[in-house]
Ligand binder design. Structure first.
Ligand code: ZN
Length: 455
């Protein structure tokens, strides 16, 4: 069903996922040198374009005296760009040739910092999705197998945090929206896909809701369970505590948070299935995926260049997005890259240790635990993303249901914006203290912490 799903996806979205997947199925067996050559050619073409059509890079590289790159070592000479620089750049980060009709507009997830408005063109979406489906092959998940996603809803303000049935699955990876395609045969295909896909809102995971989720999973028998690590852990813990048997996927896949060895052990023990980690970020999506050897995540060299600096900061270059390019971009995560060959036979280096993905959670007044993505969603819903009013924010929790919301602003927020913030928080917290700052100090470690829980 994935194959049919890809035909639909390409038709509706104008992507090239199917042909890109065929390419990636072949390139995964390339030798390292061939992959590097391919990567270099893509980078050279990208730079030739951005120095002309993207004001931010044009000015940055002009200042540096960079015109083009002539050899494979030259990447290291280009300036590293961070989140703050890209937020301040705003529209200057967009290509003058951008075709908004061909772009999907989203934002960064919210685990490593305040969200940034993103424009993803067809090429970057095609490569990211194709790499993701290649990962399905690596996990042993075949087309049509039932799949469950534990994700955070993006419509939290409109939902009550209580038991409810999931009415429609999220459409992120597989399922195009039914209402937009009128042909009945194709509609049947989509119905089949929806039948094989369930999504549950991880931002509602208390015991009452988990009881409902588990009942549904026992009937649905998913072969793949994927989603936020914290949500998978909550589900695994519930299953273990209640001694529930019968949920036996082929694979579990986690994302967005640091996977410590004890978490892996616990999840694999409860589900009796291997866990596959993956790494991506909104600016580049598919960056690295774990293979069946489970010794790190193979970098998708066909789509990106991943580097680690001397302090292990991860720096990514998205080779495909010409609309809003991210070149030598500090992701906010840190990790180690291993160049040694892997027993699986793929030549690509592996991201072995990955630190810094936010693991801290904040507890709402009804004792539901949420991660940084919750706050990113909330800020998006009240229109605080990409409007330059707010640069960064930090949430500190000392007591359940109460937070201090520290916000970095260029100038003080007007009363109307403060009210908007208060209204947005009100359904979820008993007390919120809002503090405005000209600069949020990262503290002695130098790493800015987005969520701080002192519970
Ligand atoms: Zn491998």
């Amino acid at each position: 069903m994935i194959r049919n799903g890809l035909i639909l996806l390409d038709l509706i979205k104008g992507t090239n996922v199917r042909s890109t997947k065929r390419f990636l199925d072949d390139s995964q067996y390339w030798e390292g040198d061939k992959l590097k050559e391919y990567q270099f050619n893509k980078l050279r073409d990208l730079l030739a374009e951005v120095t002309v059509s993207v004001p931010f890079y044009r000015d940055l590289y002009r200042k540096q005296g960079v015109k083009e790159i002539s050899n494979k070592q030259a990447l290291g000479d280009l300036s590293v760009v961070d989140r703050k620089m890209t937020m301040e750049a705003g529209e200057r980060l967009l290509s003058k040739k951008i075709n908004l009709k061909k772009c999907k507009i989203g934002r960064t997830g919210g685990t490593t910092g305040p969200p940034l408005r993103l424009f993803r063109d067809q090429e970057t979406r095609s490569f990211s999705l194709a790499a993701y489906y290649r990962f399905y092959d690596w996990m042993g998940i075949e087309p049509g197998m039932p799949e469950v996603e534990l994700w955070g809803s993006t419509e939290i303000r409109n939902q009550k945090l209580e038991i409810r049935n999931q009415k429609s699955p999220r459409t992120a990876h597989l399922v195009p929206r039914t209402s937009r395609y009128p042909v009945s045969g194709i509609r049947n295909l989509m119905v089949n896909q929806i039948n094989n896909f369930r999504s549950y809102n991880a931002f509602s995971f208390n015991d009452e809701y988990l009881e409902e989720v588990v009942k549904k999973l026992l009937r649905f028998r998913p072969k793949l369970i994927r989603g936020y690590l914290s949500a998978i852990l909550l589900l695994a813990d519930y299953i273990k505590r209640n001694n529930i048997r019968g949920i036996q996927p082929i694979a579990v896949s986690s994302t967005s948070e640091t996977l410590f060895p004890e978490y892996r052990r616990m999840i694999e023990e409860v589900f009796q299935a291997p866990l596959f980690d993956q790494y991506g970020c909104g600016e580049c999506n598919s960056i690295a995926f774990e293979c069946k050897e489970h010794h790190g995540m193979h970098i998708v060299m066909e789509h990106c260049i991943l580097e680690a600096d001397e302090k292990d900061n991860l720096i990514v270059t998205n080779l495909d997005n010409r609309s809003q390019p991210f070149i030598r971009y500090k992701t906010g995560d840190s990790g180690t890259i291993d160049q040694a060959p892997c027993a699986c036979g793929y030549a690509t280096p592996r991201l072995t240790a990955l630190h810094g993905r936010a693991n801290e959670n904040i507890i709402l007044k009804d004792h539901v635990s949420v991660n940084g993505i919750f706050f990113a969603n909330l800020m998006d819903e009240i229109g605080f993303i990409g409007n330059q009013k707010m640069l960064r924010f930090q949430i500190i929790q000392d007591k359940v249901g109460e937070i201090t919301f520290r916000v970095e602003v260029k100038k003080e927020l007007p009363e109307v914006d403060l009210m908007k913030l208060k209204d947005a928080f009100a359904p979820f917290f008993n007390n919120v203290i809002i503090k405005q700052h000209a600069f949020l100090d990262p503290g002695p470690s130098g790493k800015f912490r987005y969520l701080i829980s002192r519970l």
